[in-house]
Ligand binder design. Sequence first.
Ligand code: MLT
Length: 190
Amino acid sequence: MNYYQFQGSKTLLVLFHGTGGDEHDLVPLAKQIDPQASILSLRGEVSENGMNRFFKRTSFGVFDLENVKEEAKKIHTFLQEKTKEYERIIYIGYSNGANMIGAMMQLFGNTIPYAILLHPMQVLPDSKPIQSSVCITYGTQDTMITPEQTKKFIEFLEQQGAAVTTLSFAHGHQISVQEIDSVKRWYESL
Ligand code: MLT
């Protein structure tokens, strides 16, 4: 597994980039949210025409569910070892990375206490009960992952027991400065 690591406080931010990104992409965002926190940022191990992803898809929005489960298990096992010494762990993912975190919450239930999912959608149909506190953002003009897709996922997570805070912004699939500020406020309220 390729990753970037920063040793800071006893709080660990575990980062999952979007399609075509790498382990460095979300580090500036994590530093803005909590400059003191430790960081463990993963690189997705699936390649789609040279673009890093956390799981395979057969076409846009059509996912290889066996591969999702396989990759999720690998990451879960890797993280169990790497996250042991921390007091508080917050998962942060964008787009494809957020989708992987969502899939992991569904597969492994309560092993993810806190998550920030930027522009996610649901990937797996089934779920264990989820007691995570989750902050979810979406862009009202997002055409890559539509507001409807994200809202459907929020409803689903709430039905499984998750406590979801939803933040929406008048833009598309990109992450805005205002969005980071709002997410930071949610983080500081934990
Ligand atoms: C996915 O494949 O996880 C979503 O379509 C988002 C993305 O393209 O990254």
